[in-house]
Design a protein around this ligand. Structure first.
Ligand code: PLP
Length: 402
């Protein structure tokens, strides 16, 4: 990930667009073809907005899995820790280890499964595993005994999503917990399948199933410190009954809330995108009417037009399905993508901005003045979800933090 020096270099460059590109390239080394700028301040504000929404009694475990949804896991984790975050959540043990190795101190919940050979490293690195099946408990207990470390864990219930989580009865859970000595149940959790969908009772049913199980376990003397169910959607379209003692926001930290289905609800949680993605123009040229553009000639110029070839393609994370559908922002105007998105290049129609030149920047995701292109809009054009648009931005696109 780029450091402060890079950020300053780009900052200077953006403040004063180069009149003579070649000269500036000599004096400023990293002139990236395509780069992402992440606003630390916006991450902070989004995190605060989540904390305010759920109130002081609820622990916020900010989700930084998948390179913090493309924003860069370590940098985002540092920002959140400095902001007071006591808990972070990741998917894999590998991600948790990377946080520890970078010196992050927060408790780290590993949410997407621990493989049979990973239990020792989980505990050695001070990570908090989520257990998804009762058969995992003896492995955890044995690892904890071997390396003589306390082993707080969270147990996930499958309350109706049908993915990870145990479907065991309270009696079986109690029986499996009973012999544990080194391992200790710290949290009971579940995950919603459809929290932004108000056409289905699924979320209410999941809450009811979870609460019933928590009550049955309580009757058996099992009362873990944290109960948690909610990710972004259950906070944004508030279901306070599901906040309990911990929440797990991911998308919201990065400034997004999925649109609700089945109602005209507007999210109550106000967050803003923290990521801007830019790329440079490699070439500008004029095409005559009838000229085909790109692989497969899926676009043919209907009249004489000016196109620009942009230095980012699907190998950088531009959605292939944006071919002939998507747009970018060039000089403050929306410029349609024409033809197929290639591996390293994307062609756009710049007939409306003829002053665009090679070396100029366009915005693939972000805003220029009043013109906005966010991950939600891009997802709609590409027939996918905003999560996928963000996570698709590849590591070769340099991340710069401001
Ligand atoms: C990814 C994930 C989250 C965060 O979800 P968002 O919709 O991004 O807020 C929370 N909990 C679990 C189990 C997850 O896998």
């Amino acid at each position: 990930m780029a450091g402060t020096a890079d950020a300053n270099a780009i900052g200077t460059l953006r403040a004063a667009p180069p009149a003579r590109y070649a000269e500036i390239q000599v004096s400023i080394a990293p002139l990236f073809r395509s780069y992402v700028i992440v606003s630390r301040q916006q991450i902070r504000e989004n995190y605060r907005a989540v904390c305010q929404t759920v109130g002081p009694g609820v622990t916020v475990a900010a989700v930084v899995k998948a390179e913090a949804y493309g924003h860069g896991m370590l940098e985002v984790a540092r920002v959140l820790e400095a902001e007071g975050a006591r808990w972070l959540a990741v998917s894999s043990v590998e991600e948790g280890v990377a946080l520890r190795d970078a010196g992050l101190q927060a408790d780290v919940l590993v949410m997407a499964g621990v493989l049979p050979y990973e239990w020792e490293v989980v505990l050695a690195k001070g990570l908090t595993p989520v257990v998804h099946a009762l058969e995992e408990l003896p492995l955890l207990e044995a690892a904890a005994a071997r390396i003589e470390k306390p082993a707080a864990f969270h147990l996930k219930l499958d309350s109706g999503m049908g993915r990870l989580g145990t479907r065991a009865s309270a009696a079986h859970i109690a029986e499996a917990l009973e012999p544990l000595r080194a391992a200790r149940l710290q949290g009971l959790m579940t995950h919603f399948a459809s929290a932004a969908d108000f056409t289905t009772p699924q979320t209410d049913q999941q809450v009811a199933a979870f609460e019933a199980m928590a009550a049955e376990l309580r009757q058996r003397g099992i009362a873990p410190r944290f109960l948690h169910l909610s990710s972004t959607n259950a906070m944004a379209y508030p279901r306070p009954q599901s906040w309990k003692s911990m929440v797990r926001p991911g998308h919201a930290i990065y400034g997004y809330v999925s649109p609700a289905r089945g109602s005209h609800r507007t999210p109550r949680l106000v967050v803003r995108p923290a990521l801007t993605w830019r790329a440079r123009v490699v070439a500008v040229k004029d095409l005559p009417a009838g000229a085909p553009v790109g692989y497969g000639a899926s676009f043919v110029a209907p009249q004489a037009m000016r196109v620009a070839v942009v230095a980012a393609g699907y190998a950088d994370g531009v959605q292939h399905r944006l071919g002939n559908r998507g747009k970018v922002i060039a000089r403050g105007k929306l410029a349609p993508i024409v033809g197929t998105v290639s591996m390293d290049l994307t062609t756009i129609d710049v007939s409306a901005v003829p002053e665009l030149r090679a070396g100029d920047e366009v915005t693939l995701l972000g805003r220029e003045g009043d013109v906005v292109l966010d991950a939600q809009q891009i997802a709609k054009s590409a027939g996918t979800i905003s999560y996928n648009v963000l996570c698709a931005i590849k590591p070769r696109v340099r991340r710069i933090y401001e």
